[in-house]
Design a protein around this ligand. Structure first.
Ligand code: NIG
Ligand code: FE
Length: 417
């Protein structure tokens, strides 16, 4: 089956020659084609061009579906490279506590925070976690996401970490989204290991990592390397152990302090370092010329009322930047990448062109997917969406909070219309 989309007002983020990521000044250079067509064959983008040179097809051919996109634009699907969307229940009670003035630390001391979610995951069956997570996946499909990373991290024991990763594996078979699982055994110190942090790190190294690899549940290892969580030394040990098993780091770094997380991530060739609210000149220099994608999570900074990461400085210094949702019950209970796109422009002074690259190609890079996803390029997977009629692509971030995604095509199949 083929799909021909015709009369596209503007085809966004086209690439003649595929790139793995976009950095610095290049991020503002967004390629588009006005008044375009695009042909999908099977699960891939076959060809695209201008309506002035229309694609010729046999009108009697029943194997080609024509979609008219007059007044509408086509974007590559969002690539959301950082989420924790397998969780049980929600934590709006803590959110009310926060409004009443309690700090994140006080909430955690009362049994809230990551440990609260871990308790709920422990009490949930794999089936119920699959069901809850499928609802969230369907929600993000409707808002334009086509590929998503999901971390474990609400297990904090061998058994429950494996449970979450098995749930993610099941979701890969049930959802039309492309899903990348990441092992995050070191997300917080569980109650029974308080004061015995080194022993918990040993558990991650000696038991969790080998079992995750034996069951082939993830290619990536994450650590929350920050003040009050895991130290640089803990992180160094876990990343080193993970890499011996072939796991590549993708880490939480510098959300709460200048934690050294960025430096240890770069040292171990992390695919991405994420959060980055505390990024100074040293961190920017350390990231320059490396394979590590700096990834910013606007949802968490917004929801927790934190400082915003210096995205503008990073791009001006020549770095690439990816943006992700961080969809999780504690600090970012939304996976809406259209909102993230708006936040990039409103709060991080990113131009719409830069923000679009950050939520597509650079996000794909941060999941190891940019050869196949993240732009409109011949031969890449046909993961894209058609908007409602909009006046310009800048309207996408401008019109914040409103859904502009109308038709969703994932791996060549129409999922929503
Ligand atoms: O990415 N920073 C660490 N972890 C999550 C928050 C988890 C939670 O509060 O449940 C994050 O923001
Ligand atoms: Fe996170």
């Amino acid at each position: 089956m083929s799909i021909l989309i015709q009369n596209i007002k503007e085809l966004i983020q086209v690439e003649e020659k595929p790139r793995l990521k976009v950095a610095g000044k290049e991020m503002a250079n967004l390629k588009t084609i006005k008044n375009a067509w695009l042909l999908i064959e099977g699960d891939r983008i076959k060809e695209f061009g201008r309506m002035s040179e229309p694609y010729k097809y046999d009108k009697k051919n029943a194997k080609i579906r024509i979609i008219d996109a007059t007044g509408k634009m086509v974007f590559p699907s969002f690539c959301d490279s950082h989420t924790h969307l397998v969780y049980a229940g929600s934590r709006e009670i803590e959110y009310i506590d926060k409004i009443r003035g309690l700090s994140y630390e006080e909430i955690a001391r009362r049994g809230g925070g990551i440990l609260n979610s871990a308790k709920r995951v422990h009490e949930s069956s794999e089936e119920s976690l699959v069901k809850e997570s499928m609802t969230r996946l369907n929600e993000i499909i409707m808002s334009g996401t086509g590929a998503v990373e999901i971390k474990s991290g609400y297990g904090l024991s061998v058994e429950d970490e494996l449970k979450i990763l098995r749930v993610i594996k099941k979701l890969q078979t049930l959802s039309p989204l492309t899903i990348i699982p990441t092992f995050l055994g070191a997300h917080a110190i569980p109650e029974e290991f308080k004061g015995k942090q080194r022993e918990f790190v040993d558990l991650v190294i000696n038991e969790m990592i080998p079992q995750v690899v034996a069951e082939n549940l993830s290619d990536y290892i994450d650590v929350f390397c920050d003040r009050g969580f895991f130290t640089v030394e803990d992180t160094d040990r876990m990343l080193n152990a993970g890499m011996k098993f072939g796991l590549r780091p993708k880490i939480h770094a510098n959300e709460l302090d200048y934690s050294g997380g960025i430096q240890v991530g770069v040292k171990y060739h992390a695919l991405s370092v994420d959060h980055l609210e505390y990024t100074g000149e040293d961190e920017i220099q350390c990231l320059k010329g490396t394979e590590t994608m700096p990834t910013i999570l606007p949802g968490a900074a917004f929801f927790l009322g934190m400082e915003y990461a210096p995205a503008r400085k990073m791009i001006d210094a020549g770095l690439p930047v990816a943006l992700a949702s961080d969809f999780n019950p504690g600090s970012a209970p939304s996976g809406n990448m259209q909102f993230i796109l708006s936040m990039a422009c409103i709060k991080y002074q990113m131009l719409p062109q830069e923000a679009i690259h950050a939520v597509t190609l650079n996000g794909a890079y941060a999941m190891g997917l940019s050869e196949e996803y993240g732009s409109i390029c011949c031969g890449k997977k046909a993961n894209l969406f058609i908007t409602v009629p909009i006046p310009s692509y800048e309207f996408m971030p401008y019109s914040f909070g409103n859904n502009k995604v109308e038709t969703v095509i994932l791996n060549g199949k129409v999922i929503k219309e």
